[in-house]
Design a protein around this ligand. Structure first.
Ligand code: ADP
Ligand code: MG
Length: 406
């Protein structure tokens, strides 16, 4: 059996050794971020120092109202600088050094999904404005001890920060739009529709935020062939079917855990129905979902490979917590297409979820994917996967025959 890695590797676009070497120098930056982590530690120390002083003063009754306000503002200031630091550490590392791979992490910050140097700059600028307003407020609270000169300059500098943040935000608007357009142009010949909103979206654990697409937008972006609900699935119809497993899958823990689901059964037994039903739930729970048939996925991945950007395409698909690959096995794949599927499965392995539906049991996937790579893929897919076997007559036939009987 060939090693997993051998198939895993992607036909890389031509890049010079020199280019690679230059690119590798980004790792020189990594220690800088750890240095910032140490600085973060200094701020934690400073914070508790200030807090302790404040408590002591309050307990000994030496704290005037002004003093308390100033001390609290100082604490807020320290926290804001710490926030700024974490933004630079995580965002900068992710943008300039290496992916951290927080997709699906329950604490993933909302901005990290679409972080780039533009977004980061604007975030930093607004954080600085926040800090400078706290400073200004401190001056005003302590106004009789602040010289007019520092008050004037404090205000001017604060205005300068506001102006530069506004300019950065204004400039990043057209830049983001430009990037979006470029992205769409490279995507637009592809058969699988992708909604622009879905790209920047990352699953949230909490309620919806204003800048996130609504459940309805996510449902539209997912490209379901029809909106089938789990509730509409008649679990009495299949001759054999694991009701409990599907009920448990409906709670969507598999999405947050990055696990896969495989529905296997004869045609018409509701595999697509169940896959879509789970997808609809996931959309409603705030996850981004993308549905397409295996043939459509094959075309999409092949187009990306031919354009030399398969790796980028796979990384872009990370924005979707759940991908549904319907009708695997409907038509056999040539070895290259099979390899593309293998890469998709390997890329998402233990990071993000896939739902696959197939008329064929996994043991017969070699007929679809040809040869031993099929076994390796089935292995990866099935490991950490919930396998749901459905047996019975086609639901379509049942309806036809019962209509006939009526
Ligand atoms: P498959 O993907 O397994 O070929 P589908 O999910 O496309 O089957 O099902 C065919 C049709 O029958 C769909 O309209 C689906 O909603 C319906 N259907 C199948 N099984 C059930 C069921 N147990 N309860 C309700 N509707 C079902
Ligand atoms: Mg189907």
């Amino acid at each position: 059996m060939p090693s997993v890695q051998a198939i895993d590797r992607e036909p890389s676009p031509p890049t010079t050794t020199l280019g690679y070497a230059l690119f590798a120098t980004r790792w020189l930056q990594a220690p800088l971020y750890f240095g910032l982590v140490a600085a973060q530690g200094v701020y934690v120390y400073k914070f508790f120092n200030e807090l302790w002083a404040l408590i002591l003063r309050c307990v000994t009754g030496q704290a005037t109202e002004n003093y308390v306000m100033l001390a609290v503002l100082k604490l807020v200031d320290v926290v804001m600088i710490a926030n700024l630091l974490i933004m630079v550490i995580v965002g900068g590392y992710e943008t300039f050094v290496s992916r951290i791979g927080l997709q699906g992490h329950r604490d993933q910050p909302e901005w990290l999904s679409h972080v780039n140097s533009n977004v980061l700059k604007v975030k930093l600028a607004t954080a600085i404005v926040g800090i400078s307003s706290v400073h200004l407020l401190q001056m005003f609270v302590d106004v009789h001890r602040t010289s007019q000169h520092s008050l004037l300059w404090g205000t001017v500098i604060h205005m300068a920060f506001i102006a530069s943040a506004a300019i950065l935000a204004y400039m990043s608007g057209p830049m983001a739009a430009h990037a979006e357009r470029a992205h769409q142009q490279t995507h637009h010949q592809e058969p699988v529709p992708e909604a622009p909103a879905a790209k920047v979206f990352v699953p949230a654990q909490s309620g919806p935020r204003e800048d996130e697409p609504s459940a309805e937008e996510r449902l539209r972006a997912a490209g379901f062939p029809a909106r089938k609900l789990l509730e509409d699935f008649d679990s009495e119809h299949p001759r054999s079917f694991d009701r409990e497993t599907v009920a448990r899958l409906g709670k969507l823990d598999f999405v947050t855990a990055g696990r896969n689901v495989v529905f296997v059964g004869p045609p018409g037994t509701g595999k697509t129905h169940l896959a879509v039903g789970l997808g609809v739930r996931a959309c409603q729970a705030g996850h981004s979902v993308l549905f397409a048939s295996a043939a459509q996925w094959a075309a999409r991945l092949a187009a990306a490979r031919d354009a030399g950007r398969l790796a980028r395409e796979l990384a872009a698909l990370d924005a979707h917590a759940l991908l549904i690959v319907d009708e695997v096995g409907y038509t056999p794949f040539d070895p290259e297409t099979a390899a593309l599927f293998f890469q998709l499965v390997a890329h998402r392995y233990e990071r993000a979820s896939l739902i696959v539906t197939s008329d064929r049991p996994l043991a017969r996937w070699d007929e679809v994917f040809g040869g031993p790579s099929a076994l390796a893929m089935a292995d990866r897919l099935a490991h950490h996967a919930e396998l749901v076997r459905i047996e019975g007559e086609s639901y379509r036939m049942r309806r036809a025959t019962s209509a006939w009987a009526d």
